[in-house]
Write a protein that binds this ligand. Structure first.
Ligand code: ADP
Ligand code: MG
Length: 270
């Protein structure tokens, strides 16, 4: 049975989508069959694989609103072991509203159970909010990766997110584990970046991935080329950092729930 990992954070622009696409590609490069699921109604995962409006058969929107079987929403990528399900951003506004307002928290969990045996990893790219879709993702997931952009207010936003996920864990998904917090858009020439890294590592300790994702132009170019950074330029720092992350993900067990103490410190520190 595969592991379902949600890439989540309540902030937009922190690198969730970039992490989902490039971590997924790296896991499949390492030989793991991987599915990427886009649950952001504004999501652009399809573009990251060079798909346009008329190339999409059905996406997560149809799973939520029209009971389309999830199997029918799976699309191939250039890499044999890497598939994706788009959110289908091109659907009309009414459908999109009903997706955001979906009343059940467990639609995604039930849908993914139908295909979980076909994959080693299922990665869910979450929207930048704590609404119904992120809830669906975190209730479906076994674990989560939380990207933290290296900026001044990073820990403040994190405190709110941790409070929410703690409540969700208690009420809906007691088995949810942290895979780790991931420092993104790191610029080691910048003193602020260094200060944020130190503070995040001090506060969250072993919960932070060793691998840090640098600010790198190849990563920003993914939607432009319609392929993961790894296929644009394997030697780029961006591609290599996500390969390192994938190796770390494969190597480490999920962090068990004695994370409570670090979590509490983070909430207080924020
Ligand atoms: N490590 C990085 N280096 C350079 N640009 C990045 C990096 N990570 C993300 N970006 C760019 O920053 C923007 C936001 O990233 P994205 O992954 O879409 O964030 P989110 O999904 O959290 O909203 C995008 O334009 C993306 O291309
Ligand atoms: Mg995104």
């Amino acid at each position: 049975m595969g592991e379902i990992i949600a890439i989540a954070s309540q902030k937009g622009g922190v690198g969730k989508t970039t992490t989902s696409v490039n971590l997924g590609a790296s896991l499949s490069y390492l030989g793991y069959k991987t599915l990427l699921v886009d649950v952001d109604p504004q999501g652009s995962i399809a573009t990251s694989f060079g798909y346009g409006r008329y190339d999409i058969r059905a996406g997560i929107l149809e799973v939520f609103t029209k009971n389309v079987p999830i199997k029918e929403c799976i699309h191939p990528t250039e890499m044999d072991l890497f598939h994706f399900i788009p959110s289908n951003v091109w659907s009309d506004e009414v459908d999109r509203k009903s997706l955001i307002g979906a009343s059940s928290n467990t639609i995604l969990r039930s849908a993914l159970q139908e295909i979980i045996d076909q994959y080693d990893y299922i990665i869910i790219d979450c929207p930048p909010s704590l609404g119904n879709l992120t809830f669906n993702a975190l209730i479906a997931a076994h674990s989560m990766i939380v990207p933290i952009q290296c900026e001044y207010y990073a820990l403040k936003a994190l405190g709110r997110f941790l409070k929410m996920t703690r409540k969700l864990k208690i009420e809906h998904n007691p088995d949810l584990r942290y895979r780790g917090f991931l420092l993104t858009m790191v610029d080691m020439r910048n003193n602020l970046s260094k200060r944020v890294i130190n503070k995040v590592r001090y506060t969250l300790q072993g919960l932070v991935f060793e691998t840090m994702i640098p600010r790198n132009v190849r990563l920003a170019e993914v939607p432009f080329y319609g392929k993961p950074a790894f296929l644009i330029d394997k030697t780029s720092k961006g591609a290599q950092s996500y390969l390192n992350l994938a190796e770390e993900v494969v190597k480490h067990e999920n962090v068990p729930l004695e994370t409570e103490e670090s979590e509490q410190t983070a909430i207080v520190a924020a």
